[in-house]
Design a protein around this ligand. Structure first.
Ligand code: NDP
Length: 393
């Protein structure tokens, strides 16, 4: 369990706890990792009794040791120890660390041949082709946890690639789906952070409002399902009941539906290729009555077009896309740039880096180091871009 103390990590352990109590699964947790939440990590470790508990922040190791005192659980700290935990012998690994800190551990897990339940978006966006190739070479499998990719995975699973016409990612459209562009220019961080359907953290809620989240999901889908950008479409579906679809060349479109709840895709990733029972909210289509759809407006939500450009330039550009967006969201939350500047700044960062040849530097080296270098450059370039934001407005 990488990122055991986070939202996905806690939901996963809840599901496993339920399955163990019901007698539908026998679970032996090998290792649990966290960033800084030493109290929750220790509590989880004392309950699940893994061989190893790792905290990323090394200054918290004495506290972790003292909290685990008297147990047989080994305590460790630091990014290297997390990557080592990820490489331990396990059948199933939940990769739920947030941010680029998840790259090395997720790649280490993929190398073991385990089934990797993938929540950490950045692994796909920054080193997607390497991750998929490593899992394949080791005889493992990457099973997505994000609800849209889980939907596509469930449709595509065990079906041949031939005959697949396109992948259709659904999107709630966020809180500004119907807003005119003039009003969107004045959106505040508080307005952008309030998501109409999913209850999520601030960064991902802002990404949802700009549709950067969907843009990142396009990149993830391209790498996960070896699908070129031109065969990935986005469809606004405000009810978020259809989680995504696949269209086939014979005219059939297959979809996966469900009540929006992250525990369903987590359960799917855990039990794959079987199904596990848990007290999931059931879909009542008669009560919902209507499902509606509309095409995204690329003028008001340019993030989708920027993601296509990045995909065409390769994984250096998708890494820069992610880093520039993180920097832009932080600048927006600090009120240094406006809401509409976020996508414009990401586009400008990629363009400047492409012109300077900074999107491909060091591609012969270690994929994580290369990605981290591009990530740092993108954050620096994005900061320069923000200083010219007056011009962008
Ligand atoms: P959280 O922020 O809730 O949890 C992140 C986890 O990563 C925590 O265990 C945290 O530890 C740990 N962590 C943070 N920084 C580091 C670090 N530097 N090194 C090691 N571990 C670290 O995130 P979520 O659970 O919401 O999301 C996890 C991933 O899944 C993200 O990439 C997100 O985009 C993706 N995702 C999330 C969804 C959701 O609904 N939440 C949906 C789809 C994808 P600590 O608690 O100690 O800080």
């Amino acid at each position: 369990m990488l990122g055991a103390t986070g939202s996905v990590g806690v939901s996963t352990l809840d599901l496993l706890d339920h399955a163990c109590r019901e007698g539908t699964a026998e679970v032996e947790v090998v290792a649990l990792t966290a960033g800084r939440n030493v109290a929750r990590l220790a509590e989880q470790a004392l309950k699940w009794k893994p061989q190893l508990a790792v905290i990323e922040d090394e200054s918290l190791l004495p506290e972790l040791r003292s909290r685990l005192n008297g147990s047989n659980i080994q305590a460790a700290a630091g990014a290297g120890a997390i990557a080592e935990a990820a490489g331990m012998d396990a059948q199933w690994v939940m990769a739920a660390i947030v941010g680029v800190a998840g790259l090395a551990p997720t790649l280490a897990a993929a190398k073991t041949g385990a089934v990797v339940a993938l929540a950490n978006k950045e692994s796909l966006v920054c080193v997607g082709p390497t991750l998929m190739a490593r899992a394949l070479a080791a005889g493992g499998r990457v099973v997505p946890v994000d609800s849209e990719h889980s939907a596509i995975f469930q449709v595509l699973d065990q079906r041949p690639e031939a005959g697949r016409a396109k992948v259709i990612l659904t999107a709630s459209g966020g809180p500004f789906r119907e807003w005119p562009i003039e009003a969107m220019a004045d959106v505040t961080p508080e307005q952008a952070a309030a998501h109409p359907v999913w209850n999520m953290g601030v960064k991902i809620s802002i990404d949802s409002a700009t549709m950067m989240n969907k843009a990142l999901e396009m990149i993830e889908a391209a790498y996960l399902f070896s699908t070129p950008a031109e065969r990935i479409e986005v469809l606004i579906h405000p009810q978020s009941i259809i989680h995504s679809m696949v269209e086939y060349e014979d005219g059939s479109t297959l979809a996966q539906l469900g009540v929006p709840d992250m525990r369903t895709p987590i359960a799917c990733a855990y039990a794959w290729p079987d199904r596990m029972a848990w007290p999931a909210p059931r879909l009542d289509l008669a009560a919902i009555g209507q499902l509606t759809f509309q095409a995204p407006d690329l003028e008001r939500f340019p993030a989708l077009g920027v993601a296509r450009t990045a995909l065409a330039l390769g994984d250096g550009a998708t890494t820069a896309f992610n880093a520039a967006n993180e920097a832009a969201v932080a600048a927006f939350l600090d009120r240094r740039i406006g809401f509409l500047d976020i996508a414009a700044a990401v586009a400008e960062t990629i363009e400047r880096m492409d012109r300077a040849g900074d999107l491909v530097a060091g591609t012969d080296g270690d994929p994580v180091e290369t990605a981290m270098m591009i990530d740092r450059t993108a954050r620096r370039v994005a900061t320069d871009v923000f200083s010219s934001v007056g011009r962008m407005n």
